[in-house]
Design a protein around this ligand. Structure first.
Ligand code: SAM
Length: 287
């Protein structure tokens, strides 16, 4: 019998004697120029993608992360979203959800070509959108890609890993400044912003740095069982659009029209939208 444990450690992790162990049926390993990829067939979670020892996505709970990184921002627009930039996101789940909003073009900038190849081969239910003709795949550094772009994107989504290695630069104020420039005036930026329980200081830092650059900054939560502590966060930032600004009746109408075309989502709905922005007291408590 084979077991895999993700030991919670590394940059920003505030737990040191904790991990998550899963029973594994088979495993494939690959070293890329950027990281170690592991594809596990697990007993409980279906296929699981692990990068440098950290669980990135599983067939069983990926819908939560991918719906929640996309839809709260996407449903904040009351007009059509035309151009979207996804940074990271090599498994393809974020692109799959963005496509449901019928954008004209999605640029996805992923640093590691092998993550995309791996996902296309082993995780077709997650990577299925990457072959869509509206998706422009670019292999490179998302940090460099946003430099010197002005007013191009409606929505920028940062679907990156922990602030270690190539992801580190995606947590810095200068990157947020460049991303803000690359957005249209009513554009929205959204990033995954780590676990407010297990990586609380990194989470607070992301919110603080974004607040230096954008007028409206709204962190929000989702429950993701295979991420450290299960309590996960994302943060929306914009200079014009507030995800809490829409009346429930207007959001409800937008959502019903969306469901007519795409069917119900599995996690996100208008009640979840408003509820996700309620943050427990301990997260921003002064120490
Ligand atoms: N859902 C995940 C999580 O929070 O654990 C993130 C998934 S996604 C697989 C993260 C991707 O970001 C990886 O494939 C990695 O190669 C990519 N990445 C890391 N740094 C990057 C950078 N600077 N530019 C573009 N992609 C980057």
């Amino acid at each position: 019998m084979l077991w895999f444990t993700e030991y919670y450690s590394g940059e920003g992790m505030e737990l040191s004697g904790t991990g998550l162990t899963v029973k594994v049926k088979s495993a494939i390993k690959k070293r890329t120029p950027y990281q170690e990829l592991l594809l596990l067939e697990t007993e409980d979670w279906g296929k699981m993608l692990v990068l440098d020892g950290a669980i990135q996505t599983t067939e069983r709970d990926e819908f939560i992360y991918h719906e929640m990184i996309v839809h709260p921002a996407a449903f904040t627009f009351t007009r059509r979203i035309e151009r979207v930039l996804v940074i990271g996101g090599g498994d393809g789940g974020t692109v799959r959800e963005v496509l449901k909003h019928e954008p004209k073009q999605i640029d996805m900038v992923e640093i590691d070509r092998d993550v995309v190849r791996f996902a296309e081969e082993h995780l077709p239910s997650i990577s299925c959108g990457l072959k869509d003709e509206r998706v422009n795949l670019i292999f490179g550094d998302g940090r460099e890609f946003v430099e010197n772009k002005e007013g191009v994107y409606d929505l920028i989504i940062v679907d990156c890993s922990d602030p270690i290695g190539p992801s580190k630069v995606l947590y810095e104020e200068d990157f947020y400044k460049d991303a803000a420039k690359a957005l249209k005036p009513d554009g929205i930026f959204v990033t995954q912003s780590e676990s407010p329980f297990a990586q609380r200081n990194v989470h607070i830092q992301v919110v603080r740095e974004l607040s230096k650059v954008f007028k409206i900054v709204r962190p929000y939560l989702a429950f993701i069982p295979t991420y450290p502590s299960g309590m996960w966060s994302f943060t929306i930032a914009s200079n014009r659009l507030d995800p809490l600004g829409a009346a429930p009746s207007a959001l409800g109408k937008l959502y019903r029209e969306f469901v007519e075309k795409n069917g119900e989502l599995k996690y996100y709905n208008p009640e979840v939208h408003y509820g996700a922005f309620a943050i427990p007291n301990f997260v921003y408590r002064e120490e």
